[in-house]
Design a protein around this ligand. Structure first.
Ligand code: NAD
Length: 254
């Protein structure tokens, strides 16, 4: 039976993806801070090492596919957002790369956000810190930015850059790697944003062009597609699954 490792498996999009893949007959090894097969805190280097070690042990060193979904929304401490949303992805991609190459599906998906497409990060010291793997500096710059919204957008933008810059090396090893960019999805993370005194009103009021928010299964299905052979030539891509938010915001930039 194929083994698929999913971070953030205890809630929201990760839980929906795990349920969908289990129902399809896959063995899912969930990684989350609690309520998962492997419990680990992705906000610290030690926790990330434990997540990689724990999942590899359960899978016997061979992973068929990987979904990196764990993330914190803009309502959390900016420096923690930096650690979970960027380093909780980048270090796990490094840690699972060899095991994925041994697997049958050879496919990984990172859950980013449509926020990754917002703003101009060209020459940004924060993006440089993320991409240089300098967690201390990235955390300090995020902490200095105040509210978590900037850290959230920056971490999601950088994580998409990290996915795309791996395309050559991973492609050469036959492992496909893609990112999805959800918009507004009905999960606890979104509810926390709606309750936030700074971004809450705007989050609650905004309705995507399709006239509603997504449910987690609508993102899970796209993740399932990207993992599958139906997407056998999709690699290094950012697939926006946002009900039209990005098209509304920047119709002539893509
Ligand atoms: P969620 O809060 O329901 O699930 C996130 C999961 O990540 C939780 O199970 C949580 O415990 C886990 N997690 C958080 N910090 C962790 C840590 N330090 N260590 C281990 N696990 C940790 O949220 P969701 O909406 O399902 O979010 C999933 C992903 O989708 C996130 O990366 C999020 O940024 C992204 N996303 C969500 C939305 C949305 O509107 N819900 C929009 C765009 C992108």
């Amino acid at each position: 039976m194929a083994s698929i490792v999913i971070t953030g498996s205890a809630s929201g999009i990760g839980a929906s993806t795990a349920a969908m893949l289990r129902a399809a007959g896959y063995e899912v090894v969930g990684v989350d801070i609690a309520g998962a097969e492997v419990c680990a805190d992705l906000s610290t280097p030690a926790g990330r090492a434990a997540a990689i070690d724990g999942a590899l042990t359960r899978c016997g060193g061979r992973i068929d596919a990987l979904v990196l979904c764990a993330g914190l929304g803009a309502t959390h401490a900016p420096e923690k957002i930096a650690s979970v949303n960027y380093f909780g992805v980048s270090e796990l991609l490094d840690g699972f790369k060899d095991a994925l190459e041994q697997g049958a599906m050879k496919s990984a998906v990172v859950v980013a956000s449509v926020a990754a497409t917002h703003g101009d990060w060209e020459g940004s010291p924060l993006r440089e810190a993320f991409l240089a793997g300098d967690e201390e500096k990235a955390r300090a710059l995020c902490a200095a930015s105040g509210h978590g919204a900037a850290a959230y957008a920056a971490s999601k933008h950088a994580v998409v850059c990290d996915v795309r810059r791996r395309a050559a090396a991973w492609g050469a090893r036959g492992v496909r790697l893609n990112a999805v960019a959800p918009g507004a999805v009905e999960t606890p993370l979104l509810q926390q944003s709606i309750a936030d005194p700074v971004v809450g009103k705007a989050t609650a009021a905004f309705i995507p062009p399709l006239g509603r928010r997504a449910v987690p299964a609508e993102i899970a299905q796209v993740i399932g597609f990207l993992l599958s052979d139906a997407a056998s030539y999709v690699h290094g891509s950012l697939l926006v699954v946002d009900g039209g938010i990005d098209a509304l915001a920047r119709p002539c930039r893509f």
